[in-house]
Design a protein around this ligand. Structure first.
Ligand code: URA
Length: 216
């Protein structure tokens, strides 16, 4: 917003009487994005919209590059994430990080988040109602980061966006338009840990989702 104010002032100084500014004419600056994320973090730490708050150590907002063109979105924090307050830091997270690095990037080049911000007890799948309660937080994150590609890790993340059951083995690799962004459906890294044959496919999907966002 500060940048926008500066630009408007320059134009006014140049003699413009009025300036029409549409939302997509400027990019939010990083400081402003950080401020919104920190407010969102405050809100989720206090959130009691569903029962998941009862068992959390802390809610996990997400982390990474606030200007990323790719967001990786999982299901919900597990035990390690709940303890550390960071997404994808357990075994599945280490695999995700490894596959991102195999694409020639760093994990910190992208933004990583989950549909649900609190750990479901025993790592059960979050219910559709729990996901619905939490989705507005993720939507705000998407609006602020403004990525081109949302790489959805697993059927649960797919379901949250598409409001229907997703058969991930059939649908992985699909590109779907969602509110002007591209959804790229792929496997969850935890599924790949149980089915190591799927690792190459997840690796390729991660590489492709990055390529779509950053065409060479
Ligand atoms: N699984 C997820 O879906 N998200 C995490 O952050 C960790 C494991």
């Amino acid at each position: 917003m500060e940048n926008l104010r500066k630009h408007v002032k320059i134009l006014m100084d140049l003699g413009f009487d009025y300036i029409l500014v549409s939302e997509d004419m400027y990019e939010m600056d990083l400081k402003e994005k950080e401020k919104i994320m920190s407010e969102l973090n405050r809100q989720i730490q206090e959130c009691k919209k569903c029962d998941l708050y009862e068992n959390r150590t802390q809610a996990v907002l997400g982390e990474g590059n606030l200007n990323a063109k790719v967001m990786f979105i999982g299901e919900a924090p597990g035990g390690d994430e709940d303890k550390q307050g960071r997404p994808f830091v357990g075994r599945a997270g280490k695999l995700l990080t490894k596959l991102i690095e195999k694409s020639g990037y760093k994990r910190t080049d992208f933004y990583i988040a989950n549909i649900c911000k609190c750990r479901p007890p025993g790592n059960r799948t979050p219910t559709p109602w729990e996901m619905e309660q939490c989705f507005p937080y993720l939507k705000k994150q998407i609006e602020v980061i403004d990525p081109k590609v949302l790489c959805l890790l697993g059927a649960t993340a797919g379901r949250a966006f598409l409001n229907r059951n997703v058969a991930i083995t059939k649908e992985r690799g699909s590109l779907i338009n969602w509110e002007g962004r591209i959804l790229y459906l792929t496997y969850h890294p935890a599924y790949v840990l149980r089915n190591p044959n799927a690792e190459k496919v997840l690796e390729e999907d991660i590489r492709k989702s990055i390529e779509i966002a950053y065409p060479s």
